[in-house]
Write a protein of this length. Structure first.
Length: 77
């Protein structure tokens, strides 16, 4: 079973951290910064991608905390 990415998304009560495909949020936060901190911790623990959404709900950024199958082309080995 593959692990699910972690998303930080806007919510009527602020911001939520939610695993991809989950019905319920892992946590709810008043501030986006707090949600990002919680999301990073969860993504690091699960070694998955952290997907960051903007207030409009669209994906604005992502960070990989696992084995990225498509690393940036500018990385030198």
């Amino acid at each position: 079973m593959s692990k699910k990415d972690v998303h930080v998304v806007p919510h009527p009560e602020g911001w939520v951290v939610k695993r991809e495909g989950a019905d319920r949020a892992s946590s709810v936060h008043d501030r986006k910064a707090d949600a990002l901190d919680a999301g990073r911790d969860l993504a690091r623990k699960d070694e998955v991608e952290l997907v960051i959404h903007g207030q409009d709900g669209k994906i604005h950024d992502s960070d990989s905390y696992g084995n990225d199958p498509h690393p940036p082309g500018d990385e030198k080995h």
